[in-house]
Design a protein around this ligand. Structure first.
Ligand code: NAD
Length: 349
C-alpha cells in the first residue's frame, strides 16, 4: 500500500492511495477537521483520469465541511474517491485495501456509503478500519438515513413555503416530486400526510406506480416535471437539474428537495432568484442524512431525541439563510456558504 501526500493548499490533508495487489487507486481528501473528525462518504466511479478523481474529492470534501457545519455537527469535512467501475472492479481485496488506507489516517477521516457503494461494502471496509459508518448492524449502527433525510426536506419545504408563500401549512399545496427512490418515497409520505397534492415522476415506472397507489399522486413523464403547475418543486433524484434549460420552464414558487448539487452552476441560483423562485439550498435541506450518520460516528445514545434536536437546529439555519437572502434580495444559494462560514468559525469544536 502506498499512501502519498498530495499538495492541496485549501485542504488540510489529501492523500493518494494505491494498492497494486488489489488495483486500488484513489484519493482521500480531508478538507477540515476544525469541528471534529472529517466525515464523508467514499464514491467509486470510472473516472476518466486521476485529475478528475482528485478534483471530485477536493470539491466534495469541501462540500462536506459545509454540510456538516450547517447541521451543527461536531464533524469536519472529508471525502474519498476510488477510480473504477463498481460493477466490475470492486473486489473484497480492493475494499479491504481502502479500509487499511482509512485506518492509516488514524480517525482524522471517517468513511461511509456514497455512489457506487453499498452497506455490505461498508461492512467489508470495516474489517480493516474502525473509522467506518453506515453499517447495518452494531451497537450504534445508523442504518438507512433516508427517512431522516426526508424529514429534514419536509421541514425545509415548510420553512421555504413560510417565506415565499406566507404560510408553512402544506394542506392544499401542490408539490412536484422528481425521483421516488429512498428519499423521494419517504418525502411523499410526509407531504401526503400533511395534506399536500402530489405530482410525481421517476424513470423507474414501478416507483411511480407505488407512489400513485399509496398516496394518490398524479404522475407525469420524467421530462415534463419541470413544466408542471405547482407551488413547490422537490428534486430528489440527480444533480444539476436546475440549469438554463429547466429553470425557464418552472411554474413553481419554491424549489426545495433532497438531491445533491441541484444547481448546475452558481449562475443558476441567480437565475432562480431573478424568476422570483425561492431556492432552499440543497446541502442544508438534505442535512438529515448526515445527522443520521453522525449518531454512529459520535456514538450517540438516545439517538431519536438527539436527531430531532439536530433537525430543528438545521431548520433554524435554513430560516436564517432565507431571512438574510430576503433582506439582501439575493439568492439563498449565495448566502448559505456565508452563514455556514459564521457557524464554522464561531463554534469550532
Ligand atoms: P435512490 O437511488 O434511492 O433514488 C433515486 C431515484 O431517482 C430512483 O428511483 C431513480 O430511478 C430516480 N431517477 C434517476 N434519474 C432520474 C431522472 N432523470 N428523472 C426522474 N427520476 C430519476 O436515491 P436516494 O437515496 O433517494 O437519493 C436521492 C437524492 O438525494 C440523491 O441525489 C442523493 O445524493 C441525495 N441524498 C440522499 C440522502 C439519503 O439519505 N439517501 C441523503 C442526502 C442526499
Amino acid at each position: 500500500m502506498q499512501i502519498t501526500v498530495v499538495d492541496a493548499p485549501e485542504h488540510q490533508e489529501v492523500v493518494r492511495i494505491v494498492d497494486q495487489a488489489s488495483g486500488l487507486v484513489g484519493y482521500i481528501a480531508i478538507h477540515s477537521t476544525l469541528r471534529g473528525p472529517a466525515a464523508g462518504g467514499v464514491r467509486m466511479r470510472p473516472y476518466a483520469n486521476e485529475t478528475d478523481a482528485l478534483t471530485d474529492a477536493l470539491r466534495l470534501s469541501r462540500g462536506m465541511t459545509y454540510k456538516n457545519a450547517a447541521a451543527d455537527l461536531a464533524l469536519g469535512g472529508g471525502k474519498a474517491v476510488i477510480i473504477g467501475n463498481p460493477a466490475t472492479d470492486k473486489t473484497p481485496e480492493l475494499l479491504e485495501a481502502f479500509g487499511m488506507a482509512v485506518e492509516a489516517l488514524e480517525g482524522r477521516y471517517w468513511t461511509a456509503e456514497d455512489m457506487g457503494m453499498t452497506p455490505a461494502d461498508m461492512a467489508r471496509i470495516g474489517t480493516r478500519t474502525a473509522y467506518v459508518a453506515g453499517l447495518a448492524v452494531g451497537e450504534f449502527a445508523s442504518g438507512d438515513p433516508s427517512p431522516i433525510t426526508a424529514k429534514g426536506i419536509f421541514n425545509a419545504i415548510r420553512t421555504a413555503s413560510k417565506h415565499r408563500l406566507g404560510s408553512a401549512e402544506l394542506s392544499g399545496r401542490t408539490v412536484a416530486v422528481q425521483g421516488l427512490g429512498h428519499v423521494g418515497h419517504y418525502l411523499c409520505g410526509y407531504l401526503h400526510r400533511a395534506g399536500a397534492r402530489l405530482i410525481v415522476t421517476d424513470i423507474d415506472e414501478a416507483q411511480v406506480a407505488r407512489v400513485a397507489a399509496e398516496f394518490g399522486a398524479a404522475t407525469v413523464a420524467p421530462d415534463t416535471i419541470y413544466g408542471v403547475q405547482a407551488d413547490i418543486f422537490a428534486p430528489c433524484a440527480i444533480g444539476a437539474i436546475l440549469n438554463s434549460e429547466t429553470i425557464p420552464q418552472l411554474k413553481v414558487a419554491v424549489v426545495a428537495g433532497g438531491a445533491n448539487n441541484q444547481l448546475a452552476t452558481p449562475e443558476d441560483g441567480k437565475r432562480l432568484h431573478a424568476r422570483g423562485i425561492l431556492y432552499a439550498p440543497d446541502y442544508v435541506a438534505n442535512g438529515g442524512g448526515i445527522i443520521n450518520v453522525a449518531t454512529e460516528i459520535l456514538r450517540i445514545s438516545g439517538r431519536e431525541v438527539w436527531v430531532e434536536e439536530k433537525l430543528k437546529a438545521l431548520d433554524r439555519t435554513m430560516d436564517r439563510i432565507l431571512t438574510r437572502a430576503r433582506t439582501l434580495s439575493v439568492s439563498p444559494a449565495e448566502v448559505a456558504d456565508a452563514i455556514v462560514d459564521e457557524i464554522l468559525h464561531s463554534k469550532a469544536a
